[in-house]
Design a protein around this ligand. Structure first.
Ligand SMILES: [Zn+2]
Ligand SMILES: [Zn+2]
Length: 408
């Protein structure tokens, strides 16, 4: 019953604001700003929130902001949108194409931002009418593409006191009006690995009197991925793939150093946490067997986004309430990374895929391409979905799960 009333209220709200929201998105699209430089974007959002009596708190760097709606005794639910653009050229031929050379909202973060703004305005109305049984924290996060903006938000208390968090991302492979959901991991981890080996060097005539560095490096390059395949659960799909290797300068000289670089991708969070120590131990044991020294630099990307099951059920319920019973479609885990994962390391929550493909023209404009664009009816769809998600989570309460069980 509450759902039906809410639907009517959202219809009325969007009848008034939809055009304005589309214009807001186009303005952001024409003025994209890169990670940690989203000053104008942040100001535009802050102005709109302040205009309805909300009190946004801009993060110390001046990009990104946090704002609470409502003060009811119920739980606190966070909704997050990322606001940054990508360093690539806009190749579209539209009235709202980017006016900034080499910058483009090619990941749809302008759409995410607009949807969260619309949701904020609607929730502010609900709160004023005494209809918000708790608090909603709006997180307009900078620098998702870097990545690192999520850590910046968390460092400034962005999710303290939050019981559950939700976010979404444009998906050009899903028709507009539909929501892709999946419990468990939905994106992947991708880290970088650099190893250096060193030895005394020498003549290729006498490898036994020195350490044969090229041979040792070759062993490391093949043994590490092979050993990982036997030391890590195959279901985690942890894969180490080399992209660069360098050693030596002459056919008859054993060099004294060498380097190899690659990526470590992983679908499973536990395996991702364990990977650096395991790789280091394997590296040292192979290098030691051939008498060379080896060191490694392991650069963390982001962990996989691991959707909490209860939160996914709330998203599914909200989608059905707001968009109808056929709106939820299954989605797969992607090999891309998303820094929303950092929030889910601390609190339960879930990340949804918002369909942005226009069923009429059937063209898929992929993200991270200069041609990327969305069917803008995804904006009202997203507002309906996000607002209903927040209210559904508030109505159902949000049990505070211990971190370990949220990640299990
Ligand atoms: Zn992106
Ligand atoms: Zn993105």
């Amino acid at each position: 019953m509450r759902g039906r009333e809410l639907r009517g209220e959202l219809d009325a709200f969007l009848a008034e604001t939809e055009k304005d929201l589309v214009a807001f998105r186009r303005d952001l699209h024409m003025h994209p700003e890169l990670a940690f430089a989203e000053y104008r974007t942040t100001q535009r959002i802050a102005e709109r929130l302040s205009a309805v009596g909300l009190v946004p708190s801009v993060l110390p760097r001046g990009t990104g902001l946090i704002c609470d709606v409502g003060s009811g005794d119920g739980p606190t639910i966070a909704l997050r949108a990322d606001i940054d653009a990508l360093p690539l050229q806009d190749e579209k031929d539209t009235s709202y194409r980017s006016t900034v050379p080499g910058a483009c909202h090619a990941c749809g973060h302008d759409v995410h931002t607009t949807i969260l703004l619309g949701t904020s305005l609607f929730l502010a109305q609900q709160a004023a009418a005494g209809l918000l049984p708790g608090r909603v924290r709006l997180i307009f996060q900078p620098a998702e593409e870097l990545p690192g903006g999520a850590l910046e938000v968390m460092a400034h208390g962005g999710i303290s006191g939050v019981d559950r968090i939700f976010g979404l991302h444009c998906d050009p492979r899903v028709d507009v009006g539909q929501i892709g959901l999946k419990a468990g991991p939905i994106t992947s981890a991708c880290d970088r690995l650099l190893i250096r080996v060193s030895g005394p060097g020498g003549h290729t005539a006498r490898p036994h009197l020195t350490a044969d560095l090229v041979f040792a490096l070759a062993k490391i390059l093949t043994e590490l991925p092979a050993a990982l395949s036997r030391r890590v659960d195959p279901r985690s799909s942890l894969s180490l793939v080399w992209g660069r290797v360098e050693a030596g300068s002459a056919a008859n000289a054993i060099p004294d150093d060498g380097v190899a670089e690659g990526t470590v991708r992983c679908l499973d969070e536990n395996a991702w946490h364990a990977a650096p120590d395991l790789i280091k131990a394997l590296l040292e044991s192979v290098a030691g067997a051939y008498g060379v020294e080896a060191t490694m630099e392991y650069t963390r990307g982001v962990p996989p986004v691991v959707n909490d099951e209860v939160s996914v059920e709330m998203l599914a319920e909200a989608a059905e309430r707001a968009l109808g019973s056929t709106s939820v479609v299954p989605t797969q885990q992607s090999l891309g990374g998303e820094d929303f994962a950092w929030y889910l390391e601390s609190i339960p929550g879930a990340f949804a895929r918002l369909g942005t493909r226009s069923p009429e023209n059937g063209v898929t404009y992929d993200i991270h391409q200069g041609t990327f664009d969305v069917d803008e009816s995804a904006i009202p769809t997203g507002v309906r979905f996000m607002a209903t998600t927040a209210l559904t989570a508030l109505w159902e309460g949000a049990p505070i799960l211990p971190i370990t069980s949220a990640l299990a």
